[in-house]
Design a protein around this ligand. Sequence first.
Ligand code: PRP
Length: 180
Amino acid sequence: MLEKDIQQVLFTQEQISGRVKEIAQEIQRDYQGGEIMLISVLRGSFVFMADLCRAIDLPCTVDFMAVSSYGKGTSSSGQVQITKDLSEDISGRDIIVVEDILDSGNTLSYLLKLLEHRRPASIRLCTLLDKPERRVKPVQVHYCGFSIPDAFVVGYGLDYAERYRNLPYIGILKPEVYGG
Ligand code: PRP
């Protein structure tokens, strides 16, 4: 039903699950003997977060925050507003921010700076998808699932007009769906 709007499958469920396991192993190696706090930036990252945290065999807590960005796409003003803050204090903790996609970098450069001011022991970024050619603000990425070209992708948490988040794979949306 949703599939009719997909032009091309970019990553299958199997490919995603394989890559998520590899990232989880990298994280496990890097934080061996420690405890991590995963911070999911809602809403897009909820699916990735759920799979990633279950693939990491380390003591781990999870927390969630939500932001809204203004000027995305066209003007890229980079104004970000926190609409839901964390429930936990992050000072002294080893945190990993979990994102579904890194695009202009506006959201993440703002968010990482904001979180750094709260004095975590360390802070790293884990993004499932990265569109490097769209970057406006530099952002350091520690863990990345896949680098992708500048296409309109949906599924596995990513939306168009809040739909398609529940597709189990990542696909390119047909341009006629969004009037492209
Ligand atoms: C996406 C993504 C990042 C942001 C990245 O969220 O989850 O937060 O955009 O874009 P940027 O690098 O250009 O700042 P979106 O605003 O689509 O909200 P959602 O997670 O609720 O879908």
